[in-house]
Write a protein that binds this ligand. Structure first.
Ligand code: ADP
Length: 555
């Protein structure tokens, strides 16, 4: 027997309409490229999105067309999210930190018809366009008085504010199937070309609701949320949808993503919750230490994208700032888990509870997870046995866009997505990522987890950042070495004895937890570590840089 309830399609337009009706004082504050602050009410954003929808119509954008953005976080980018999806087209956000060849690849692979570019990124686009066979029409995200940048002479340039300025500010948003594609994001391929994930109105709306449920301590009416995570990568973790849904204001940082600028913005805009990857939130922490106080009003942060250390958690929580932890992937819209201390563990001594915070957490509602061994067979969730993590949910991709090879590899187990993460899950469903499959180190036929080593090394007071990587070795196939950035008080001590003593110290720290054969063979100190397009430490680049550390093993 079927239920007898109405069926309303889950469409993104309903989020904006709901926000405008229920939370009209919700603000969207942007620091734009010229370093000025612009503030809009959610109703202004709805009206400007309607104007943009008319302009897209005038440019003959049809349902299903891909409309690209190459832009930092601000209100115009948010308007594109709502207007493009609202007319049934697909908002394809492009990561400006990708190599130029890959930017050209994703424009071509997605078949973008229009491309909206920030004034400040026009120079980059100018270099990319000659690499694209059928370049899209370019619209510059600029104020009416800004002179248009001299992009590629063939590009048909338009100005955003001029384009929307004379349009009517209401729009009869169409209804359509909730499975219609709404957005598109390419994973930053560490090897090979990026792979496209095509989100739908249904998956996006469900994700917004699920995130609201799981992070209610951060996302609620009156909260002021800073997505340091970019709108150009996995929908800024869904915040452009979840915040309006619950009546939280959005504060956008534009291109100013260094620690001092973020601190100043948080302070002046009284941000209550900031969301970002560990590298950028560590830069904020340094600024907090320099200023001798946290930004006014900052109540919590949400950190995800890479593992976090206990020191990081302690530093924030000692200031009274709650650390929310999440794990996710581009393919998962992106949030999969919520790291917190389960009620059943709150009686434990504080020291044990602290360690639980490092775990990536329990699946948010609707996420199924399983751990499989090398044969693809499911293994027990006992918090001890690690294997590859597979997931499924209504907010997980079912395939990659126009990419049968990558689809066959990641979706070979019917109904499940293979994450490529190595993990264990305990009896309370609490996930711990122990490594990326590709970052594991195979020494003499045995596996070493780089992430577990890094977590231990990061507890050393003189280590600010580190990566443990596999380096080809003539006898053992691979051996681990540590590449680390020392803390500023260690300074640039060139004395080899001091360095050797630090390595000895780190080894004795690791020796408490790990067997002797797993001990790294070297500690290399550097000034900074290379980052990926999404701000994570690039182990691929490090492996390339140090591949001959034990001599040329290809001889
Ligand atoms: P990309 O790195 O290409 O941008 P994603 O943003 O989709 O891709 O990154 C997903 C990967 O990031 C996960 O598979 C996992 O390895 C890592 N990751 C994400 N969140 C966490 C976390 N909280 N702890 C450890 N690793 C994480």
């Amino acid at each position: 027997m079927l239920g007898q309830m109405m069926h309303q399609p889950l469409l993104i337009k309903n989020i904006l309409a709901h926000s405008q009706m229920a939370f009209p004082t919700t603000k969207i504050v942007s620091r734009t490229g010229d370093n000025s602050i612009q503030s809009h009410l959610i109703g202004d954003i709805a009206r400007r999105s309607a104007q943009l929808a008319h302009a897209l119509d005038a440019l003959n954008v049809q349902a299903g067309d891909r409309v690209a953005t190459l832009a930092w976080n601000d209100h115009r980018h948010l308007e594109l999210y709502y207007a493009v999806s609202g007319i049934g087209a697909v908002c394809h956000t492009i990561n400006p930190r990708l190599p130029q060849k890959q930017i050209a690849y994703v424009i071509e692979h997605a078949g973008d018809k229009l491309l909206f570019v920030d004034e400040g990124l026009a120079g980059l686009l100018e270099k990319v366009l000659p690499l694209v066979k059928n370049p899209p029409t370019i619209i510059v995200l600029a104020g009416t008085t800004s002179p248009l940048p001299p992009l590629n002479a063939d590009a048909d340039l338009l100005n955003y504010e001029v384009m929307i300025g004379d349009q009517a500010d209401d729009f009869d948003w169409p209804d359509f199937d909730e499975n219609t594609a709404s957005g598109m994001c390419y994973t930053s391929g560490t090897t090979g070309n990026p792979k496209g994930v095509l989100y739908s109105h249904r998956s996006t709306t469900l994700h917004a609701m699920q995130v609201a449920l799981s992070f209610a301590n951060a996302l609620h009416e009156g909260a002021r949320v800073l997505p340091i995570v970019p709108l150009f990568h996995v929908n800024a973790w869904g915040l452009p949808f979840t915040c309006p849904l619950v009546g939280a204001s959005l504060i956008f940082a534009g291109p100013f993503l260094d620690g001092p600028s973020l601190f100043e913005l948080m302070d002046s805009q009284q941000v209550t919750s900031a969301w970002g990857v560990p590298t950028v939130l560590t830069a904020v922490l340094q600024e907090i230490k320099r200023a001798g106080r946290p930004p006014k009003g900052l109540n919590n942060i949400l950190v995800g994208g890479s593992a976090i250390s206990l020191g990081f958690i302690d530093d924030y929580e000692d200031l009274g700032i709650t650390v929310n932890h999440a794990w996710g992937m581009t393919e998962m819209s992106p949030i999969g888990t919520q790291g917190s201390i389960p009620a059943s563990s709150r009686h434990l001594p504080l020291e044990k509870q602290r360690h639980l915070k490092k775990r990536q957490g329990r699946g948010i509602f609707g996420i199924d997870m399983k751990i499989v061994d090398q044969n693809g067979d499911e293994i027990a969730q006992d918090g001890k046995q690690s294997g590859e993590l597979y997931v499924r949910s209504n907010t997980t991709a079912a395939q990659y866009y126009n990419n049968p090879e990558a689809t066959a590899e990641a979706f070979h187990d019917a109904g499940w997505f293979r994450t490529g993460d190595i993990a264990n899950i305990d009896a309370t469903g609490n996930l711990l990522i122990t490594d990326r499959a590709k970052d594991l180190i195979k020494s003499g036929g045995e596996w070493i987890s780089s992430l577990e080593h890094e977590t231990a090394i990061m507890t050393h007071k003189s280590i600010a950042q580190c990566a443990v990587i596999a380096v080809p070795h003539p006898k053992w196939d691979e051996r681990p070495i540590i590449i680390a950035v020392p803390t500023s008080d260690f300074g640039d001590d060139k004395d080899s004895k001091v360095r050797a003593a630090l390595f000895e110290d780190v080894l004795s720290l690791l020796g408490v937890e790990f067997p002797k054969w797993q001990m790294p063979d070297a500690l290399v100190l550097v000034d900074e570590l290379p980052l990926t397009a999404t701000g994570k430490i690039s182990k691929l680049r490090l492996r390339q840089l140090y591949r001959d550390y034990f001599g040329d093993t290809n001889e």
